[in-house]
Design a binder for this molecule. Structure first.
Ligand code: FUL
Length: 692
């Protein structure tokens, strides 16, 4: 009788309540597909750029390069796969065909492929070797197939779409499972096009009939994700830059239709109607293809760590590129950087201090253990802490039981139920009160915050705004060791070397002859007067912690002391010659392009090239795209020594280095024919020459 209540037994009541209570929140807004989820959990994977460009030192081939150039005598895809595996990557996306149209597999539909190259006597299939190596090393394979094809005679005509789809069919049928297909946004322009050498424009939103192309792709590879920056929304989005950063606010949402502005790529769209998460693509060196001149420009470990925090740490995945050398291997410097980077990531996140703490939340859904605070620290990605439906502000306190030092906070939403959190803070209980350590906006699949090391017994994570009740699957607290960024090196117009220290406590040591700097090298104590060509290497050293920074390397041609910009009154124009990449100058509203920049070198020099660095600021206006370069010994009679395009300069605004047959001259003229925005602005951070 005691257990009988209105005709229901007590155990039955418990079961009944159990059924009506403890229900998971219903999904809020768009949610990821299983394919997107599988992809997101990969987090980190590689890009491989290899094509005829590797043999011509170009970033974009024109489409007329000789297939006979392709002969990587030591090619070993197993080396690439081994490095990627050891670096902690989960897959590799290979440039099966870049814009030049050259195919790394023996496509049945073109002669412009490995089958006519000397490599493996024309019997080679690089996509096959890559697929086999990926399989051996347990990596997934992805394919980059450039929609733009500067070689193909039919590019721009409807026939090309059949060709493109035939190639896709070959790639998606013959090489096993493909996890991602990558359609570059660069589309249409000048090219060889079967010998016509013309400019062909297409409407990238309609030309490829993406809808049907996607259907075909999905029927061939049901588990694939599609990356597309060229038209219809794919499964993943570009982040609007190749610098390795997505916005701090990063919604995995976009609208399925309508224009996509740059800000939407970079930050996502808070109320977008479709799940389109961000993939951060960047190269381990400045450029995508191998250029021997960049061997000393491989990114440092602190730089790669920054990239990690601004990609994976901001709800993105990281697609890190390795350029392949002409011999068919990844350069030792790139391997070393990737493996040291992996080690640094491993060390930073080896011990999760949250796991052993006591967790308590301000609200737990239906007071159920199933959704309690501990679910966020149980190391199980399928369980989560969540609150009652009405809650959009909530906090979770971790008690470490003893004073604990930490400087990283990692948090993950259970995004299968949608991305919800709009704002949060993290605090430590220090000297009797809560002290804010950091403040941020979105979380998504994964968010990591960095802050100066603090020692505290208690930590508080507060969600201050959420679209609906928060659903947090994981929390991590770490004490990562600090990596020291390299010092900065510039050479000003007077020829002085100026080294910017790593931080207030560091000492800087440098060499001017390209030798490795150490504590026995010269210690920097102010600008160093120099002459001639130099290779400067510098490191920082923290004498209190006994720690070295990463190294900086800079190569300089002759000092530009005697240079004068001709016919320009504006003193700010000096920015072009001050050696500082952070300062820039513009020639605005000069009327229609072309616009010339004339420089008097002060004396006759033997020139064999020029270098142009576009404005490096965030919005970098006035990036010159097509140019001509002239030399003269009197500034009246000019000889054109170089002409062309800076291929990928909009997405990757690096130093552009162009060489030409040696010429003796005292004056140079850099003519801007067009810029990347289609207006009349021309911007310059630096101009320099290459002398013999
Ligand atoms: C860019 C291309 O134009 C580059 O050459 C490179 O392939 C990069 C990944 O995408 O937009």
């Amino acid at each position: 009788m005691k257990y009988f209540l209105y005709g229901i037994t007590f155990p039955a009541l418990i079961i009944l309540l159990g059924c009506t209570r403890h229900e998971a929140p219903t999904p809020y807004g768009p949610v990821p597909t299983e394919n997107q989820m599988r992809w997101q959990e990969m987090e980190y994977y590689a890009f491989i750029h290899f094509s005829l460009n590797t043999y011509t030192d170009q970033s974009w081939g024109y489409g007329n390069e000789d297939v006979k150039l392709f002969n990587p005598e030591e090619l070993d895809c197993r080396q690439w796969a081994r490095i990627c595996k050891e670096a902690g990557m989960k897959g590799i996306i290979l440039t099966a065909k870049h814009h030049c149209g050259f195919c790394l597999w023996p496509s049945e539909y073109t002669e412009y492929s490995v089958k006519n190259a000397p490599w493996r006597d024309g019997k080679g299939d690089l996509v096959r070797e890559m697929a086999d190596a990926c399989k051996e090393y347990g990596l997934k394979l992805g394919i980059y197939l450039s929609p733009w094809d500067r070689n193909h005679p039919d590019y721009g005509k409807p026939e090309y779409i059949t060709y493109f789809r035939n190639q896709l069919t070959e790639l998606l049928t013959n090489y096993g499972p493909i996890f991602e297909v990558w359609f570059d946004g660069a589309n249409g322009g000048s090219g060889y096009y079967g010998g016509t050498n013309e400019t062909r424009t297409i409407d990238r939103t309609t030309y490829y009939d993406w809808k049907n192309t996607y259907q075909m792709i999905r029927s061939l590879q049901p588990d694939i994700v599609i990356w597309n920056d060229g038209g219809d929304r794919g499964d993943l989005r570009w982040v609007g830059t190749e610098a390795g950063v997505v916005g701090e606010t990063n919604w995995s949402l976009l609208n399925a239709t309508g224009e996509v502005e740059w800000s939407m790529l970079h930050y996502g769209l808070e109320n977008g109607d479709t799940w389109v998460p961000a993939e951060v693509n960047t190269s381990i060196r400045p450029e995508w293809f191998y250029h021997p001149g960049e061997d000393a420009r491989v990114k440092t470990v602190p730089k790669l760590m920054d990239t990690y925090y601004s990609s994976i740490g901001r709800n993105g995945t990281l697609l890190l590129n390795f350029p392949i050398m002409p011999n068919g291997l990844i350069h030792d410097n790139d391997e070393k950087a990737a493996l040291e980077f992996a080690k640094a990531v491993h060390e930073a996140f080896a011990v999760n201090l949250a796991e052993k703490s006591k967790a308590e939340a301000s609200n737990v859904r239906e007071n159920s253990r199933k959704f309690g605070a501990t679910m966020a620290i149980d190391n199980d990605k399928n369980t989560y802490w969540t609150t009652d439906d009405s809650i959009t502000k909530a906090s979770l306190i971790l008690d470490f039981g003893k004073p604990t030092a930490f400087n990283r906070f990692l948090v993950q939403e259970y995004v299968r139920l949608g991305q919800r959190v709009k704002a949060f803070t993290v605090e430590a209980f220090v000297d009797g009160s809560w002290k804010e350590l950091a403040k941020a906006t979105t979380i998504g699949y994964k968010r990591i915050l960095r802050f100066p090391t603090v020692t505290a017994t208690r930590f508080r994570f507060s969600i201050t705004d959420s679209k609906s009740c928060p659903v947090i699957s994981n929390i991590g607290i770490y004490n990562a060791s600090q990596l020291l960024n390299p010092p900065g090196i510039i050479r000003n117009q007077a020829g002085e070397i100026i080294i910017t220290p790593v931080d207030a406590e560091s000492e800087e040591y440098f060499t001017l002859d390209g030798s490795e700097p150490n504590l026995n090298s010269k210690k920097y104590d102010g600008p160093v007067t120099t002459e001639g060509k130099l290779e400067v290497r510098a490191i920082g050293y923290d004498p209190f912690k006994g720690k070295f920074s990463a190294e900086r390397y800079e190569k300089f041609d002759l000092p530009r002391k005697d240079w004068k910009i001709v016919g320009i009154e504006d003193v700010k124009a000096g920015a072009i010659l001050d050696g500082d990449p952070e300062t820039a100058w513009y020639q605005r509203n000069m009327g229609k392009l072309p616009v010339d920049l004339v420089i008097d070198l002060g004396r006759e020099l033997s020139l064999s090239g020029f270098r142009y660095l576009p404005d490096q600021s965030y919005w970098n206006p006035g990036i010159i795209k097509e140019y001509q370069f002239f030399v003269s010994d009197n500034s009246i009679d000019w000889k054109m020594v170089s002409e062309g395009e800076f291929s990928n300069i909009k997405n990757n605004p690096l130093w552009q280095i162009n060489v030409f047959a040696p010429e003796k001259a005292r004056f140079i003229k850099f003519r801007a024919l067009s810029n990347t925005e289609g207006n009349d602005n021309t911007g310059y951070a630096e101009i320099d020459v290459v002398t013999n």
